[in-house]
Ligand binder design. Structure first.
Ligand SMILES: *[C@@H]1O[C@H](CO)[C@@H](O)[C@H](O)[C@H]1NC(C)=O
Ligand SMILES: *[C@@H]1O[C@H](CO)[C@@H](O)[C@H](O)[C@H]1NC(C)=O
Ligand SMILES: *[C@@H]1O[C@H](CO)[C@@H](O)[C@H](O)[C@H]1NC(C)=O
Ligand SMILES: *[C@@H]1O[C@H](CO)[C@@H](O)[C@H](O)[C@H]1NC(C)=O
Ligand SMILES: *[C@@H]1O[C@H](CO)[C@@H](O)[C@H](O)[C@H]1NC(C)=O
Length: 216
């Protein structure tokens, strides 16, 4: 009777191995299926509470909650806001604040290497913000990126947020707008934004949600 006992033991051992392999496979599968984070979740996880507070104070919150749009969000640290000139005046005027926030956002998801390859030859150039203002970009010969006239540095790079990328920066980008502190002038009869058909951009993208503003 020793032979069948051995067979049963081997079979039990094999079964245990398969069960272990199966649960191992299931475990690693669930680890691989990560839920994408929205930009606002990423900002929260980075402790960027002042920027989030600014976003919440305007009507722009929904733009930071989608995972399908693709933007680059240059998200200033809390310290960067402390260093910002006239910060209380800016927060007191929602139009000014909205102009400021949209200026930290660039349509299209850019990693640092995308920015470097776009500007390394010339060393300097501009990106267009979500409110269609130019952001000065410098790429030093060693690959260091500096943004805006105050030369903000990227302190935490390439945080993926849905289809967007968050680049944490150490200075707030100040919009190049005359009388910026007075806020944008809303022109009631502004020409309508390009439609999805014109641009090929999905109707849920940031461009369709942007306010029709111009600057004094
Ligand atoms: C911003 O609003 C969201 C909800 O829309 C909330 O979860 C979050 O705590 C708010 N953050 C700040 C800093 O006010
Ligand atoms: C990102 O958006 C642009 C339009 O702004 C679109 O052409 C491109 O296909 C999008 N890329 C991804 C990965 O969604
Ligand atoms: C903005 O800040 C500058 C420098 O701190 C100050 O001279 C100016 O009065 C401030 N302007 C407003 C409108 O608060
Ligand atoms: C950002 O991501 C790009 C592309 O994945 C990579 O080449 C680059 O080294 C990253 N930058 C940093 C600072 O991690
Ligand atoms: C890159 O070069 C700049 C000067 O162009 C310098 O200030 C900076 O410290 C350098 N950064 C690194 C990481 O070498």
């Amino acid at each position: 009777m020793r032979f069948p006992v051995l067979v049963v033991a081997v079979l039990l051992l094999l079964q245990a191995c398969f069960t272990a392999a199966e649960s191992f496979a299931l475990g690693s599968l669930s680890e691989r299926v990560a839920v994408p984070n929205s930009p606002s979740e990423v900002l929260e996880s980075q402790g960027l509470t002042t920027f989030l507070k600014a976003v919440n104070q305007t009507g722009l919150g929904p733009l930071f909650e989608g995972i399908n749009d693709n933007f680059t969000i240059f998200a200033p640290t809390n310290e960067a806001f402390q260093d910002l000139n006239n910060v209380s005046t800016i927060f007191a005027n929602s139009g000014t604040l909205e102009t400021l926030i949209l200026y930290q956002v660039v349509p299209g998801a850019l990693t640092t290497s995308d920015i470097v390859s776009q500007f390394e030859k010339s060393g300097v150039g501009t990106l267009n913000s979500a409110n269609n203002l130019e952001i000065l970009v410098f790429v030093r010969p060693n690959g260091t990126i500096l943004l805006g006239t105050d030369e903000a540095s990227i302190v935490t790079a390439n945080l993926s947020a849905g289809n967007s990328v968050v680049q944490v920066i150490d200075r707030v980008l100040v919009p190049p707008v005359t009388n910026f502190l007075l806020g944008p002038t809303v022109i009631p009869s502004a020409p309508s934004a390009p439609t999805a058909a014109d641009t090929g951009v999905s109707t849920t993208s940031i461009s369709s949600s942007l306010p029709q503003t111009t600057f004094a």
